[in-house]
Design a protein around this ligand. Structure first.
Ligand SMILES: Nc1ncnc2c1ncn2[C@@H]1O[C@H](COP(=O)(O)OP(=O)(O)OP(=O)(O)O)[C@@H](O)[C@H]1O
Length: 225
């Protein structure tokens, strides 16, 4: 079976700082993988390479069997828009837009008309327990609510892969659990592949598999094969 995501011998430095040093990883379609490891070990950099945000200095990145690190910025940006969803630690909602408009934004950017995009956004709001909050702006939402809106925005376009970087890092444990329940539930239902960077063992427990990044390389955690 072709891996949905594959990094082979990926190295990347920021100036003199090596962030990745020959990282290898493969993630199957529909798999939920937690990326763990010490601070500064290269987890976010690996996620950004797999997602086509950063281009490695050497090595290869393949998505669904196609090499992407050789593509130009426009093609990688189209790939991200069409196939990937993103959730970051601090939601990163557009403050000028309402919750519903934030969720609808990627749909609008991919050519869905405003009315159906907003109606799909409302469907996600209801599914995530946010009925009635569609008209609020991000400053009028709690952290947990805003993060659920960010999750809906990531999922609304039915992406093949969701990349989440510390998605619960700014939340208390109850709100964090809600976000992970919703992310994992939706991913399982839609067969979405999920890569989640986390320091939190409770978040990693939602994953099918944990990978450990140390000193810019992927290692397998002790005690697993
Ligand atoms: N934009 C950047 N410019 C310069 N150095 C960077 C940049 N991004 C990351 N680094 C460096 O690359 C290394 C890996 O960073 P990365 O953010 O991937 O680690 P991480 O494992 O995700 O860390 P954390 O768990 O603290 O978020 C670190 O030494 C970091 O300081």
């Amino acid at each position: 079976m072709t891996a949905m995501l594959r990094a082979a011998g990926v190295s990347l430095s920021f100036g003199d700082t090596p962030a990745l040093r020959g990282a290898d990883v493969a993630v199957d379609e529909g798999e939920i993988v937690a990326v763990m490891g010490p601070s500064g070990s290269g987890k976010s950099t690996l996620l950004h390479c797999l997602a086509g945000i950063l281009v490695p200095d050497s090595g290869e990145i393949h998505v669904d069997g196609h090499r992407i690190d050789t593509l130009g910025e426009a093609a990688r940006s189209a790939l991200r828009r069409e196939r990937f969803g993103f959730v970051f630690q601090f939601g990163q909602l557009v403050p000028e837009l309402t919750a519903a408009e934030n969720i609808a934004l990627p749909l609008l950017l991919s050519g869905v008309r405003r009315a159906p995009a907003l109606s799909r956004a409302e469907g996600w709001l209801s599914r995530l327990g946010l009925d009635g909050l569609g008209g609020r702006r991000s400053g009028e939402l709690s952290g947990g609510q805003a993060q659920r809106v960010a999750l809906a925005r990531a999922l609304a376009g039915s992406p093949r892969v969701v990349f989440a970087d510390e998605p619960t890092g700014s939340l208390d444990s109850l709100a964090g659990e809600q976000v992970m329940d919703l992310l994992v539930g939706a991913a399982r239902e839609q067969g979405t592949t999920v890569v989640v960077v986390t320091h939190d063992a409770r978040v990693a427990a939602y994953a099918d598999r944990e990978i450990m990044v140390r000193d810019g390389r992927v290692t397998t955690p002790v005690g697993t094969s």
